[in-house]
Design a protein around this ligand. Structure first.
Ligand code: HMG
Ligand code: MG
Length: 317
């Protein structure tokens, strides 16, 4: 039987948080519906962070209130502190009773990026998580954790992998069901990936570590391969390659979901994702943000479709 890989879609959150054009709530809901239609079941939909810091996601409460219930689909929202959790729980309470919306907390492995991103030291951020992780678990939510700048920091350069492993394990011990290691600025190479995962694999439960790779320097798929070899079964990706952290200069899009799915399917892994429908979601994402997205498979598939549509004799055939 083919190994199942979970493709964790972050485009509506990580992608849209960084776009110059703010996508209206209706557009975000249409994108989420297209992603669900393509077979994605883990989707990071939005953030309950400060609207002053991330204006593009200021409509998170309205979005969560309007999320449709889709059996088997789990949405997730980023939550930085107690205030964020309070807002998420309130929106969930007003939303569809059967819609599943979990929480994710985030911090960086490097002090400077953490300070720029959440205005706190790493220790202060862990203290803020006391207001999030326990109360969220008590309210019946699952909590995911992120360790950003795990491969490198835009301010401090290389990050010690032992530091990354220690933070990831601390998040797991606090109750996060999964920790996603973030290559926030897309600098990682496979040898580093093997080194980081080697420090974790002996202690972490299977499935408890995911990879969140930005494709800034074109190394994301190579790092996915290193991850697969190390037994990783969840990879984050973003439709069309949307994305980037606004507090990490030079951070560009995440690994494109279509590129990840294309490679995994070609290697015989099962993803549950329909690539044709995913390309339709990518086309919608491009329309919503008003620019051509960097995903290679998306562009190749759209070009193939456009050529087929204009082939002589096609009309009326
Ligand atoms: P702060 O300014 O230090 O907050 O921001 P504060 O606690 O001092 O409060 C200041 C004001 O903000 C107060 O309002 C609070 O109520 C309000 P006032 O009294 O002045 O009217 N406030 C909030 N409002 C709404 N929701 C909240 C909230 N918290 C406080 N949750 C804070 C601290 C963490 C809020 C801020 O720094 C922030 O929102 N940062 C978010 C940055 C962010 O979202 N970055 C992108 C996501 S991380 C990422 O992309 C990386 C990732 O993809 C992985 C990877 O790639 O590596 C996950
Ligand atoms: Mg990211």
């Amino acid at each position: 039987m083919a190994t199942r890989i979970t493709v964790y879609e972050v485009g509506p959150r990580d992608g849209l948080q960084n776009e110059a054009r703010v996508v209206p709530t209706d557009g975000k809901l249409a994108l989420l519906a297209a992603l669900v239609e393509a077979g994605l079941t883990r989707i990071e939909a939005t953030s309950f962070v400060s609207p002053r810091w991330i204006p593009a996601l200021a409509d998170s409460a309205e979005l969560v209130e309007r999320l449709p219930s889709r059996p088997g689909v789990q949405y997730v929202a980023l939550v930085p502190n107690g205030k964020g959790l309070e807002r998420l729980l309130e929106a969930r309470g007003k939303g569809h009773p059967a819609a599943s919306v979990d929480a994710a907390v985030f911090l960086s492995a490097s002090e400077t990026h953490n300070q720029k991103n959440v205005n706190k030291t790493i220790e202060e951020t862990f203290r803020a998580f006391d207001e999030v992780i326990g109360p969220a678990l008590a309210a019946g939510l699952r909590v995911r954790g992120y360790v950003s700048t795990a491969w490198g920091c835009p301010y401090e350069g290389k990050v010690d992998p032992r530091r990354v492993a220690a933070i990831a394990e601390r998040l797991l011990s606090l109750g996060c069901w999964q920790v996603s290691l973030g290559d926030t600025i897309g600098v990682g190479t496979p040898n580093q990936t093997r080194e980081i995962l080697g420090l974790l694999s002996s202690r972490a439960r299977p499935g408890s570590i995911a990879l969140h790779l930005h494709d800034t320097r074109g190394t994301a798929l190579a790092n996915v391969l290193a991850g697969l070899d190390a037994g990783i079964t969840t990879f984050d990706a973003s439709v069309g390659g949307l994305g980037g952290c606004p507090y990490a200069p030079g951070a560009s899009g995440n690994l494109a979901t279509e590129d990840l799915v294309y490679m995994l399917q070609g290697m015989g892994y099962e993803t549950g994702v329909d690539l044709g429908k995913l390309v339709a979601a990518g086309a919608l994402a491009q329309e919503l943000v008003g620019r051509t997205l960097p995903g290679k498979t998306l562009q190749a598939e759209l070009a193939t479709r456009a050529r087929a549509a204009t082939r002589p004799g096609k009309a009326g055939a």
